[in-house]
Each structure stands twice: as C-alpha cells, then as structure tokens.
Design a protein around this ligand. Structure first.
Ligand SMILES: [Zn+2]
Length: 437
C-alpha cells in the first residue's frame, strides 16, 4: 500500500470506531445508519404509509425494529431494472437483560442476563460493560437508551480455581455470567429505574425492553504500527459501516441497477424473526418498491433473475497460534484483503457465478481478495447470504473481512481490510461491471 492508501485506510478504520461507539445495539445501529443516509439525500419511508411518492431518481430508507433497508433508484428505473444488493447484519453476540433483572446476592447488586447468540463466554469476563438497547413505554413510545460503564462479570480468582490454567475455564451460563452492578442490600437497586432515569422517563412507565451488554471500552487502533483496530461488534458493524458508506456515496447512473443496502437484526440467533433475514422484511420492501415502479409480477421476477446479492460478514483470519484449525491450502490473513467465502454445504451461498461477480467487483475497485473455506473437521458458521438467496432466488455471494477473536466481546481486524471492503462495496453498485448471470 502506498502512503495515501495507508492514511485513507486508517481514517476509515477510525471512522468505523466512531460508528461502533454510536451503535451499541442493533436499534442504535439502525438510527445511526438512517441518520447518515438521510444526511446524504435519502428520504424516510414508513411501512404503515402508502409509498406513493417513490419515483425514479429517488433515494429511500425503511426501518423495521433493528433492521434497515435503503435503496437508490436510477432516473430511468423501470419494472425490469435489476438490483445490486449489499447485505450485512446489525446484531452481535451479547448478554441480554432478563425480566425481573434486578438481583441482590450477598451484598452485591447483580442483573439477570441470558446469552444472545454464540458468545465466547470468557471474553465477557473482567471487561467493563455497558447496557444499551430500547425501552418501550406503556404508551407504545420507543426510546433508545445507553448507560456508561455499568457492569462487570468478575472472573473467579485463580486461588479459588486452581485447575483453571491446566484444565480450561468452564462457565455455566446461568451461574457464572451474571454481572455485578454495585453494592447494596435487598430491594435497593433497580436496573430499570437507572435506565428510566437516563431516558428521562418514569420507571413505572416502562412496559417492555430489549437491552444488551456491550464493551464499554472505546474502539482503538493498536499494534506496533497501529495495524489493528480492536473493537466490540466488528461482527458485523464492520460490514454494516462499509455498506452504509458505499450506499451514501453511490450515485445511480442511467441504465444502471437499483442499489440496495440491507442490514438485518437477529443473524446471530438464526435470522428467524420479523426483521431477520429469514423473515419477510426485504421481500416486503421489494414487493412495494417494484409495485411503485409499475412492475407486473412477471417483470419483477425478470428483474430478480438478473439481480445479485453480496452478503458481507466477518470471517476467520488464519490464527498464528492455531494454524492447524484452518484449511491447509487456503490461509486468509488479516490485512491481505477481503474474503470470498465458499462452502460445499451452502452454509455460504457463493456459487461460481457469484464468485465471478465478486472477482469483477474487486478488479474494478483494484482490491485484492482472498478465499476462505473451512477445514473439513471444523464446520463453519453461516450468515444472511444463504437465507436471503433462499427467500429471493437471487444469485448470492458471501464475502467479508478476515478477523481474529470472532464472537469475542472485543474483536480484532486489520486496519486496511474494512477500507478495501468498502471500496469493493462501491464497485458492487457500479454499472461498470455486468451482473452477467
Ligand atoms: Zn456475523
């Protein structure tokens, strides 16, 4: 990389850190993305209103809970104009507040939590955490709320767990992951009262909540030459940020595709929800969008058949301490560019046409990419790609950025990869490459 590129990549990584700071929960993320897109000419669409104002040349954003869709229409968009979709997800593994969450035990105030997604339990120990998410009042009004450093799950001292370094750490998610929030006697503390005070409402008015824990430490550049960004929620705010920036800067060309960005909630728990990728959100938006363009059912299906979904999520960089866990021939390395994800069992949706499209996008962006495939003895996770492909029938390719510490409370990416992913995302929307499927 030349010096300008290094500077651009570092500035982009620092912006990503700021994005993570302003997006501690999926609901905050939607608000951050929506605000950024609106500042770049996108107009809100409300699901409950008629979408009579949609017109070619317009840019729109739609939110549903912790998910968001934005699209930009070329001036000559018609019922057969295909889509270029860049997809990501807004949620991350976390501890999530239970009902009756204020507990007192032996002089300590604690909060009851359940585990959200495939969290690495140990990474939540001895880390200063905050709470973030949404409150819903009896009136139905929804408020975002975020505490400062508020809680911690203290690890048992080595003297009281003599075998831990030899035998490994064993954590019971019910007994051992309950965070402490303070000192006090029975009935004195009420986490909802604290959240209500921050939100400026009465605790008695809170009728529902979706609140998760998140690392209270700000993201920061680390390493001997600041090669890394250490941060909470890189999975998958990294892709969400890259897609949002590409979408904000995208200018539709006449005769070009419709650019669409989707970031779904609930990926970490299987995507099956009204806002998750297995739910109808994107399909609902597309049905209404094509109806507004005057498309018949047949025309919309013709458009879909020439559309492409690029589903972006983090992947595994080779770990220098565990090289044997990776495929012997495919060693993606953090800092060497985004990845194309391949899996025979369709845990990733990539097929030969999707791979060829990604190759064209990266070539246009002048981005080197790497290939990821699992060691056969280590089945990989999945992402929104195969689910979206199954729902919409569009050619889909799974891509991402190779990181370390995936599903840790604080993950690690090379500084250069998010910027390269963003450049490739810009190319995904470009009419200069053909979908050619
Ligand atoms: Zn992910």
């Amino acid at each position: 990389m030349n010096q300008t590129a290094v500077k651009d990549a570092r500035a982009f990584a620092e912006d990503l850190g700021e994005f993570v700071k302003s997006s501690p929960s999926s609901f905050h993320t939607v608000e951050t993305v929506r605000t950024h897109l609106k500042n770049n000419g996108y107009v809100d669409l409300c699901e409950a209103s008629a979408w009579t104002d949609i017109a070619p040349g317009g840019r729109y954003v739609v939110c549903r809970d912790g998910s968001i869709v934005a699209f930009a229409l070329p001036v000559d968009a018609s019922g057969t104009t295909p889509l270029r979709v860049f997809g990501a997800h807004t949620d991350s593994p976390a501890l999530k507040l239970k009902p009756k969450s204020s507990i007192t035990s032996h002089g300590f105030n604690q909060v009851g939590v359940e585990v959200y997604g495939g969290a690495l339990f140990n990474s939540f120990l001895d880390r200063d955490l905050k709470l973030a998410g949404r409150l819903v009042l009896k009136s139905g009004e929804e408020l975002l709320v975020e505490t400062g450093p508020y809680l911690r799950v203290p690890q048992l001292a080595v003297h009281l767990d003599r075998g831990v370094n030899r035998d490994g750490l064993k954590l019971d998610p019910q007994k051992h992951l309950q965070p402490i929030t303070g000192l006090g006697e029975n009935g004195e503390h009420d986490v909802l009262a604290d959240l209500a005070q921050i939100a400026g409402v009465n605790a008695e008015d809170i009728a529902g909540y979706d609140i998760v824990t998140v690392d209270a430490q700000a993201p920061q550049l680390i390493g001997s030459r600041k090669e890394f960004l250490a941060s909470a929620r890189l999975d998958n705010l990294l892709s969400t940020f890259a897609g949002m920036r590409a979408m904000a800067e995208h200018e539709c060309a006449a005769d070009g595709p419709i650019a669409l960005f989707v970031a779904n909630d609930h990926e970490e728990v299987g995507s099956a929800s009204r806002s998750g990728a297995a739910g109808p959100f994107l399909e609902d938006v597309l049905a209404r969008l094509y109806a507004a363009l005057g498309a018949s059912d047949e025309e919309r299906r013709r458009a879909f058949s020439r559309s492409i979904v690029v589903s972006s999520d983090v992947g595994h960089s080779i770990h220098p301490n565990y090289v044997e866990r990776h495929d012997p021939a495919n060693h993606p390395v953090a800092g060497k560019g985004p990845i194309l994800k391949i899996n025979a069992d369709q845990r990733y949706a990539t097929d030969a046409h999707g791979a060829a499209f990604w190759a064209r996008a990266c070539a246009l962006a002048r981005v080197e990419y790497q290939e990821f495939v699992s060691n056969n003895a280590m089945p990989c996770g999945s992402t929104i790609g195969p689910i979206t492909a199954t729902r919409l029938g569009m050619t889909t390719v799974d891509v991402g950025v190779p990181i370390l510490s995936m599903h840790s409370c604080r993950e690690l990416t090379a500084v250069s990869d998010p910027y390269d992913l963003y450049r490739a995302a810009c190319a995904v929307f470009s009419p200069e490459i053909s979908a050619n499927i």
